[in-house]
Design a protein around this ligand. Structure first.
Ligand code: BGC
Length: 749
């Protein structure tokens, strides 16, 4: 008997040893093939679609765990019920809210992106998540896009450079990044139905580079298909996008996850590269039968097609391989630690990223008083500070759509300012100024704030003006918020201007007190009819848990601002290229939308200012007429001020190496961003005036000078030739430009 047991044990051990998929040291592809070979047809079908709002099953018989996804991209979303969007009501699911991705992009600092990814990945890990639904890298095409705050700006080079370390930071935890929304989900209006058409050149040069970098350099383990259509086919099962480009051209070996409800056709999903279907019935399954996940497009409908012989299992096996790879890299990753949640280190990271991303747009006295000092940083001798504006007190981590968070805490701007001002014994008064959005709830998470105020706009303005007259310094803190039609998912903004009468209020405050700083919390550009009246302007994004601390750091000069704009701020909506052509270019007519501005997005369009004639050309069978903008930017792409001054030396070029010195010529330590643009001259093809190709951020003590080295590489001189379907080098002469903003560059001789 004893002998028999030993033999049985030996046999079991041998069988286990043969279970290559369980051996973390075996090569990944062997593990995948081994697991695949052991799975039944129904197990394969099960792993390619959701089993709950945010999870998909593994193979319980084989001890293969499932996948738990979470939004993303600014913190780990609170738990919802198994089948519903409603809150699960846990008390241990609050998180650190990190700054929104526009702020991260505005740091122009890849170390910040790595820190961000590492920190949020640790939070995901602690909360038992395998896939973080983010980061987002859709291009800033229009300032009306409600979700721009979740993305990294208008430029392919900036977003591609910043997305890579974010992904690496997340994934070093054994948590997958899921870069989104692939592709061309550049607006919220009509996002489920709009059909985007554009040239291949615009696609490859403007809209795809960040995704490509995410896949090839960041090695993102998953990617999320977008809601919209492209060339008449939904992005989640778009053959060209997923099969030809993502897998074919880029060699992606991860899993394509649908956006929640992004799959709508079984046949296309089978054949066109969709691997993992989520959220198809996003109504809480109230229409559900006994088990609605079985009715997903890639569930029973797919199984039936296989069983009837209508389709084979090749595509299924490929999907399962992609999902298994994702599982081995995440939930079965032997190096996965335990992570951490809301730690002091994460608070410090959130604050540091916000500190570096806040952009000082303007800081110069207005009017004739030449001797007047800049308003910022705040002088310790300012005895009374008046803070005006709803965004000084409004909790902003709740709202905005799927990136809404249940933050463990959120330091409001007013709290941060009060805390810091107390160190100078400065009195801080607050008045509301305007009433914007008093909602404080999203998806069952509430801020607990009561922002009701029934006073009329004129009463609120009168109160603010009277108080402003009594103060040494006025800080107006307004902007957008996360309510519908502001910076929020599901719908675009209705107007370019600031809402709730803020323009009038800012003007009135400027008249009442010349010591005024305007601080705008938003993820988007906006009109500034009051700009010439205002001596200081700060772009402060939505900065999560540490919002108030970071803002106070910058306002009081404890941190020297070093953020630079990741998008261009034009005076009017009509100054953006996507708004030149009427509804067909935005938001679409009968769900059809053409990117008629082609390559001329952001500064690529602003750079045409002053040209006498429109650019007229034919490309890929389409006629383009690009009329120059009527105005210069108010603030150019890449612009950002500091409390110190910097001097860029004369760049020296030696072959492909360019050396340039940067000196801190002021009296405070600070950081400068040096940007390298390539400007083709007399090109035989249509080219933007210049394009960002590299950048570096450098920290300098007062008086310190450092030399930066930039290396020109072949790919910087290429454009996408649609006829050849390849990147080709433009033989035209070109200039190399170095500078600190798109409108502040010098030519490298
Ligand atoms: C959003 C995604 C998000 C998903 C899950 C969708 O509506 O577009 O970005 O990750 O919901 O919440």
């Amino acid at each position: 008997m004893k002998k028999f047991l030993t033999l049985a044990a030996l046999l079991a051990t041998l069988q286990l040893a043969a279970q290559v998929y369980l051996n973390p040291n075996a090569p990944l592809e062997q593990r995948v093939e081994d697991a695949l070979s052991r799975m039944t047809l129904s197990e394969k079908i099960a792993v390619i679609h959701a089993q709950s709002k945010f999870s998909s099953p593994g193979v319980s018989r084989l001890g293969i765990p499932g996948l738990w996804c979470t939004d993303g991209p600014h913190g780990i979303r609170a738990e919802v019920l198994w089948d519903e969007w409603n809150q699960a009501g846990w008390t241990n699911d609050s998180c650190m809210a990190f700054p929104t991705l526009t702020c991260l992009a505005a740091t122009w600092n890849t170390d910040m992106a790595l820190l961000y990814g590492k920190s949020i990945g640790e939070e995901a890990l602690y909360r038992g998540k395998n896939v973080l639904l983010g980061p987002g890298v859709n291009i800033y095409r229009t300032p009306l896009n409600g979700r721009n705050f979740e993305y990294m700006g208008e430029d392919p080079c900036l977003s591609a450079t910043m997305v890579v370390p974010y992904i690496q930071g997340v994934q070093q935890n054994g948590v997958a990044a899921c870069v989104k929304h692939f592709a061309l989900n550049n607006q919220e209006d009509g996002r489920h139905v709009v059909n985007v058409t554009l040239t291949d050149r615009a696609l490859y040069e403007i809209y795809l580079p960040a995704f490509k970098a995410a896949v090839q350099q960041g090695q993102s383990w998953s990617i999320m298909g977008a809601y919209n259509k492209i060339w008449g086919q939904y992005a989640c099962h778009n053959h060209r996008l997923l099969v030809d480009i993502l897998h074919g051209e880029w060699g992606f070996d991860g899993a394509v996850i649908s956006d929640w409800g992004g799959v709508s056709n079984t046949d296309e999903a089978i054949h066109n590269g969709m691997d993992l279907e989520f959220g198809s019935w996003t109504d809480g399954l109230t229409e559900g039968r006994s088990n609605s996940y079985d009715f997903y497009y890639l569930a029973q409908p797919y199984l039936k097609k296989i069983q009837s012989g209508e389709v084979g299992t090749k595509e299924l096996d490929d999907k399962v391989r992609n999902v298994l790879r994702l599982i081995f890299r995440t939930s079965m990753n032997p190096n996965r630690g335990f992570g951490s949640l809301c730690s002091d280190a994460h608070a410090a990271a959130a604050r540091e990223i916000a500190d570096e991303g806040i952009v000082l747009l303007k800081n110069a006295p207005v009017g004739k008083k030449k001797t007047a000092q800049p308003v910022l940083p705040i002088d310790a001798d300012k005895r009374t500070i008046l803070v005006v504006g709803e965004n000084a007190i409004k909790q902003m981590t709740v709202g905005g759509g799927s990136s809404s968070l249940k933050a463990k805490y959120e330091i409001s701007p007013l709290e941060g300012i009060r805390e810091r001002a107390a160190l100078n014994n400065t009195e801080v008064r607050y008045v509301r100024g305007y009433v914007g959005d008093i909602g404080g709830e999203y998806n069952g998470v509430t801020t607990g704030q009561d922002l009701h105020d029934d006073r009329s706009a004129s009463d609120l303005t009168a109160e603010a003006v009277a108080a402003a007259k009594q103060a040494d310094l006025v800080l107006f803190i307004g902007g957008l918020n996360k309510a519908d039609h502001q910076d929020a998912e599901g719908a675009d903004r209705l107007q370019y201007g600031l809402p709730y009468g803020q323009d009038e209020l800012i003007s009135a405050l400027a008249q009442a007190n010349s010591n005024l700083a305007v601080i705008i919390l938003s993820g988007n550009a906006y009109a500034m009819p009051w700009l010439c009246q205002v001596p200081a302007l700060v772009q402060a994004w939505f900065n999560g848990s540490e919002t108030g601390h970071a803002l106070a750091d910058v306002l009081f000069g404890d941190v020297n601002p070093s953020g630079h704009l990741p998008f261009t701020i034009m005076p009017a909506l009509e100054d953006y290229a996507s708004h030149q052509y009427g509804a067909i270019a935005y938001p679409g007519v009968n769900n059809e939308e053409e990117y008629k501005e082609d390559l001329f997005v952001g500064y690529r369009y602003a750079d045409l200012f002053g040209q006498k004639k429109p650019l007229r050309y034919t490309a890929e069978g389409r006629e383009f007429v690009i009329a120059p903008p009527a105005h210069k930017p108010l603030f150019a792409f890449g612009h950002g001020l500091s409390y110190t001054t910097f001097q860029l030396g004369k760049p020296v070029r030696d072959g492909n190496s360019i050396r340039v010195t940067v000196k801190n010529t002021g009296s405070r330590a600070g950081k400068q961003v040096v940007q390298l643009y390539i400007a083709p001259e007399k090109s035989g093809v249509i080219r933007p005036v210049k394009e960002l190709k590299a950048f570096q951020k450098v920290a300098l003590e007062p008086g310190e000078e450092k030399e930066l080295l930039f290396t020109l590489t072949d790919d910087m001189f290429r454009y996408f030739d649609a006829d050849k379907h390849d990147w080709v080098t433009d033989p035209s002469p070109y200039k190399v430009l170095l500078g600190t903003a798109a409108d502040n560059v010098q030519t490298v001789k």
